[in-house]
Ligand binder design. Structure first.
Ligand SMILES: Cc1cc2nc3c(=O)[nH]c(=O)nc-3n(C[C@H](O)[C@H](O)[C@H](O)COP(=O)(O)OP(=O)(O)OC[C@H]3O[C@@H](n4cnc5c(N)ncnc54)[C@H](O)[C@@H]3O)c2cc1C
Length: 457
C-alpha cells in the first residue's frame, strides 16, 4: 500500500500533494509564528470530493490532519505538529452564487474574506463580517474560529452570518446543508457545531452566508471621556437614541498615549491627557439627516458632561485615520508583544483592566501594558510589550492574565479561538460538564482523533 503520503499522491496526484521537505515555510505555522513545524505533507485539494478522499485515507491510516485557511489565526490553531499533514483550502476559492432575492451568498471555504465582501458590495449588499486580516483570512477560517471583528455590535459574530454549511467529516463523509432559509427548525442546527470548532470536528468546504442591506450613510467620531461609567453611558445612549451603532471601540489612556505618540502615527485626533477614548461609528439609512442626528447627540453629550471632547470625521479619509489609531499600528514594532483577546461582562471590564495592569506592573515593572477593545461586544484586548525577555516569559504572563480572567468569570478567548495557546486555560472559562460535552462531541465525530489534535480540547 505504501505510506500515507504515497497513498494520497496516488489518489489525488502530485499536483495536489507536496511531500514535507518541499512544503513552503508559510505552511509551517499560522501568524502567531509560534513553534513552526515542517508538516509530513501538504494537501491542496481543488474540490470537496478531493477533501473527502484525503480525509478517508487519513482516517483509515490514523493520520493527523490540520486544516489551514488564510493562516492569519493568532492562537496556533493552524500550526502543524511534527508528523501532521496539513490541508490548505486555498485552491477552493470563489463565489458560487449570490441570491439577490434570498439575500444570500454561497462561497467556497477558501475564498478570501475581502473577495467575498467586494462581491457582496458589487451586488448591492453588505457582507457584515469584517476584520483587520480581511485581505488574507478565508471564509472557512473565519467560520472555524467564529471570528468577531469590527461590526459585531450591530450584526453579530461570524456564526450569525451563516445559514448553511458543507463539511467533510473525519472519515471523509460529506455533509451538505447549504440552507438559505432564515427559519429552519427541522431538528438540531448541525452547522453550529462546526462553527468555532477550529477544525477539530470537520473541514468546512462551502458556506451560505446572509447578506444585509448596505448602509446609506456612515458617521464616525473620536470621543474623550472622563470615566468608565461615562463610556458605558455613551454606548447605551447611542444605542437607544440612534439605533444603528456599528462600532464602539474603547481605548484606555495607556493605549492612546502609546499609539498617538508613536512615530508612525500621522495624526492625533484628540490631546492625550484624557482617561478614556471611544471610536464610535453609526451606519444609517437616511443620508440627509443621519450626520445631523449623530452630531446633535454628541453635542448634547458634551453639553451635559458625558463626553469631554470629541471630533467627527469630515471625510472617509479622516474616518480611516481614526481607525488606524484603533488598529494599534506601532505595537508590532516592539521586540516582544504578548496579545490577549478576552471577554468579560461589560460592567466589570474597567476593574479587570485596573487589576490586570497592577498585577502585570508588579511582576514586570518595565513592561508596557495597553488596554483597548470592542467594548460594546464585551471584548477586551491587552498588549503586553516587553524588552529584554525571551519568549518563555509568555507563559508566565499568560498565567497572570488568565488568572485575573478566571477570577472575574470571563472568557480566555473572545474571538481569536483557543488553538494551542489557550488550551491549558480552557478550564478557566468552561465548567467540567461543558468540557465533558465538548469531549463527547469530539469522540462522536472524530473517534480516532485525527482532526487537528492538540488544539482547543
Ligand atoms: C491583523 C489581524 C487582525 C485580526 N483581527 C481579528 C478580529 O478583529 N477578530 C477576530 O475574530 N480575529 C481577528 N484576527 C484573527 C484571525 O484573522 C481570525 O481568527 C480569522 O478568522 C482566521 O482565519 P484564517 O482563514 O486565517 O484561518 P487560519 O488561521 O488558517 O485557521 C484558523 C483555525 O481554523 C481552522 N480552519 C481554517 N480553515 C478551516 C476550514 N475550512 N475548515 C475547518 N477548519 C479550518 C484551522 O485549523 C485553525 O484552527 C486578526 C488577525 C490579524 C493578523
Amino acid at each position: 500500500m505504501g505510506d500515507i503520503v504515497d497513498q494520497l499522491t496516488q489518489a489525488l496526484g502530485a499536483d495536489v500533494v507536496t511531500a514535507g521537505p518541499d512544503v513552503d515555510k508559510r505552511y509551517h505555522c499560522d501568524w502567531s509564528a509560534i513553534d513552526p513545524v515542517q508538516p509530513k505533507a501538504l494537501i491542496r485539494p481543488r474540490s470537496t470530493a478531493e477533501v473527502s478522499t484525503a480525509l478517508r485515507l487519513c482516517h483509515t491510516a490514523g493520520q493527523a490532519v490540520v486544516p489551514q485557511g488564510g493562516l492569519t489565526g493568532l492562537a496556533g490553531g493552524a500550526t502543524p505538529r511534527r508528523g501532521d499533514i496539513v490541508v490548505s483550502l486555498e485552491r477552493m476559492a470563489g463565489i458560487e452564487e449570490i441570491d439577490k432575492v434570498a439575500a444570500t451568498m454561497t462561497v467556497a471555504a477558501g475564498t478570501v474574506l475581502e473577495t467575498a465582501q467586494r462581491a457582496a458590495d458589487e451586488a448591492g449588499f453588505l457582507l457584515a463580517l469584517d476584520l483587520g486580516a480581511r485581505g488574507s483570512c478565508q471564509v472557512g477560517g473565519n467560520l472555524s474560529t467564529n471570528a468577531g471583528g469590527n461590526r459585531v455590535i450591530r450584526y453579530g459574530m461570524a456564526r450569525e452570518q451563516v445559514l448553511g454549511l458543507e463539511v467533510v467529516l473525519a472519515d471523509g463523509e460529506i455533509v451538505t446543508s447549504l440552507n438559505k432559509m432564515l427559519k429552519n427548525n427541522a431538528g438540531y442546527d448541525i452547522k453550529q457545531v462546526f462553527i468555532g470548532a477550529e477544525g477539530t470536528l470537520g473541514i468546512i468546504t462551502r458556506a451560505t452566508l446572509r447578506l444585509h442591506s448596505r448602509p446609506l450613510s456612515r458617521a464616525t467620531a473620536f470621543c474623550a471621556l472622563a470615566d468608565y461609567a461615562s463610556v458605558v453611558g455613551l454606548l447605551r445612549r447611542m444605542q437607544s437614541e440612534l439605533g444603528g451603532i456599528s462600532a464602539f471601540e474603547v481605548m484606555w489612556h495607556d493605549f492612546y498615549d502609546f499609539i498617538a505618540n508613536h512615530p508612525t502615527t500621522k495624526q492625533k485626533p484628540l490631546p492625550d491627557n484624557y482617561p478614556y477614548y471611544a471610536l464610535v461609528e453609526f451606519s444609517g439609512s437616511d443620508p440627509d439627516h443621519d450626520l445631523n442626528r449623530f452630531e446633535a447627540l454628541l453635542a448634547k453629550a458634551m453639553a451635559d458632561g458625558a463626553v469631554v471632547d470629541a471630533v467627527v470625521a469630515q471625510s472617509e479619509q479622516a474616518a480611516r485615520d481614526f481607525w488606524l489609531i484603533r488598529e494599534g499600528h506601532g505595537i508590532d514594532t516592539k521586540p516582544l508583544v504578548i496579545n490577549f483577546d478576552v471577554s468579560l461582562p461589560i460592567a466589570d471590564i474597567d476593574s479587570f483592566a485596573a487589576e490586570c495592569r497592577a498585577a502585570l506592573s508588579a511582576k514586570w515593572p518595565d513592561s508596557l501594558n495597553v488596554f483597548y477593545g470592542h467594548i460594546g461586544d464585551s471584548n477586551l484586548h491587552i498588549s503586553v510589550m516587553m524588552e529584554g525577555y525571551g519568549s518563555e516569559v509568555m507563559h508566565e504572563v499568560d498565567a497572570v492574565v488568565y488568572q485575573a480572567v478566571r477570577a472575574m468569570k470571563g472568557s480566555v478567548s473572545a474571538e481569536h479561538g483557543v488553538g494551542t495557546l489557550k488550551r491549558a486555560y480552557l478550564g478557566h472559562s468552561r465548567g467540567a460538564a461543558e468540557l465533558s460535552v465538548m469531549r463527547r462531541l469530539k469522540q462522536a465525530l472524530d473517534p480516532k482523533g485525527i482532526l487537528n489534535p492538540g488544539k482547543l480540547i
